[in-house]
Design a binder for this molecule. Sequence first.
Ligand SMILES: [Zn+2]
Length: 310
Amino acid sequence: MSDDPYKVLGVGRDATDAEIKRVYRKLARQYHPDRNPGDKAAEERFKSIQSSYDKIGTDEARRKYDESRRMDDFFRSSPRSSNSRFSGFDIPDIFSQMFGGQQNNRQARDRQEQRETYRGSDITSGIDMDFSDAELGCKLEFDHRRLRTCAKCDGTSFGSTRSCVGCDGRGVTSRTSTIIVKIPPNSKHGQKIRMRGLGHDHPLGKSGDLILTIRVDAKEGRRWEDGRIIQSVEIPYSTLMLGGKCSLRTPSGDSIRIDVKPGTQIGDRRRIPKMSFGDEDLDVEFVLEDNTKLTDAQIVALERLRDTGL
Ligand SMILES: [Zn+2]
């Protein structure tokens, strides 16, 4: 088994401290003796994981380890004879090379940290579909404009005095992307789908996310309110006043008849169990039937009503 802690943990030399910690935790859990009773190999592995993490688990320990390793590598690659060990090299050069190397490493780590600090904005949008697509699941094309890292300068002109014909020094350019969005079965109106990294790019950091809100087409006198469907039902004036029955088509396409209580007011609501999308309750809102053209008989009847003071 290698004693190189990077190899034991299976991380790159440029891994961030957070990444090392994450991998260590995962491996330590996996090979923990409590989980592998009597397994000698797992126990050895666990010990080796522990000691590797001791070497590179903290910033300070890691810096020490990296430095000593660089020195080891250097001397190992030098000729073995003590007389000629440094032949062709100047000792100060060796050190400037080593510390120069460390400097570069630190710069690389700074850049890595910068990438973790900066993040492009999220994009929020809605995606429309009909009820059966939401219920059964589907794949939909979605077009959106987003800021992408400039292909000419790779974002490096952002915040610098360098000019770039690709992005005018902004480090990003606006481009349209078409993506395929997978809608899982049993999706509900108002549910959000987060697509990591598909928001705006940041020239110096990570990309934001795309957050899509599912909108199931309400149609036919229906509207959404706080995640519930409200269905308007037109009722003649006499039914509102005297009570009666009315018919309506539910969002799932069923025709049903419901009772209207005497003295129902315009805007009153009734909740009908399991008649909305996906067996949810349906809220029905009573509205006055739109009667712009009255028959002669209706006019006579209304005039008589007016005479009675109603
Ligand atoms: Zn550019």
